[in-house]
Write a protein that binds this ligand. Sequence first.
Ligand code: ADQ
Length: 458
Amino acid sequence: MSRLVVVSNRVADPRKTAAGGLAVALGEALAETGGLWFGTSGTVVDSGHGEGKLHTHRAGNVTLATVDLTQEDHDSYYRGYANGVLWPVFHYRLDLADFDAGHIEGYRRVNRMFAHRLRPLLQPDDVIWVHDYHLIPLAAELRAMGCQQRIGFFLHIPVPPPLILAAIPAHDWLMRALFAYDLVGVQSQADLTHLSRYLLSEAGAEAVGENTFGAFNRQLRTGAFPIGIDVDEFTALADGEEARAMIATLREQYAKRQLLAGVDRLDYSKGLPQRVRAFRTLLERYPENRHSATLIQVAAPSREDVHAYGDIRRELEGLCGAVNGDFGDIDWMPVRYIHRTVARKRVPGLYRSARVGLVTPLRDGMNLVAKEFVAVQDPADPGVLVLSRFAGAAEQLRDALLVNPYDTQATADAIQRALHMPLQERQMRHARLLEEIRRHDVHWWRRGFLAALTETSA
Ligand code: ADQ
């Protein structure tokens, strides 16, 4: 059996619970064959002080290999290009992209440096699995150094329509690099359709079979592999001490209220201002919810050195303050906004205490919060998931209340329906959602991807 090599921007020690479901699932796959996980260390060093220095350590039979970045590389590769260009464009936000030419140079340079550091660690029959938009050109760099192993790529974020992708200066270079992979996986059927149309119309590729394309003397297989969660790992967290303490506290403090919960990174793709506006509209149109409905919105600080992230923070704080000022009372605060990462062990407690889970991104590759919310509900008295139709998860979670987050009134109406949904309907919807997330969990995802990658001819 071939050894698995995982490459991602950040590396997590799979044995630590804080690492999360994805790290646990990849860690499991790595441990099956003994493997290597390669990425950045998270340490930023001054130029000339050991940039690209490789650190390795063992975690069981898995080797974690990480490299340091210089401040300049971090600014151009990570902040400038990956998060300042690719993240907004792939989330349909051309208006937020900063196409400064210097960033793409850094992105190329760092991907080349990764390839140089990784190459000596590789064995001839390794299977290499590269993750996400930070590393699109990595396989092309490895191939240029003579690597012939099977290499697969999974994109965690959405694929926009071809003309949006084509607005990226040098998009042809970027997307041509995909042909160095044997398999490219995306989250949803919608993403797969966009990718196929791009390859045919912009990259001059030929369809040579189902979801298989030929160009630049190579064949590329593509597929939709919707990522899931580790349902058992997450429900075990819900039964843990921290989650139970959280449930007890919330139950005591909000005994007479109905809780709505939102848990996100503070990112413009997550639709947070739109969500607070919908909640405001709920209180305006359906006054029976006043003094009762309470939104707890946790927004983890994220990429604060990228300009657009400061703007979204200020907007959100203003909107939450206005709802509390206009509707709150001495004994009731409609919105509790927390700008913090909540410990992973406590998150299930918040989900489980909520009557409604609000997952309303403007665009999202998948959105694991939606699946986590479903996983930890009490089947006898479950909360209701209100889910954006623009999250990849909406293709699978058809029994959620699907909303268009740009439509404030319709979203408020859906929240009203969720808050007042009869028990039987809640149970029925929840049972179907739970079955879906169990059937298509994170283990199913990684097995499916790796099986498809192994089938490709190296
Ligand atoms: P993200 O954009 O980070 O991931 P998501 O899928 O929702 O989004 O995962 C977030 C994870 O972080 C969840 O496990 C959640 O519990 C946790 N989290 C979020 N906010 C938190 C907070 N304030 N405190 C504590 N924990 C918090 C990217 C893509 C997604 C895709 C995933 C996986 O953008 O579309 O689903 O990768 O492929």
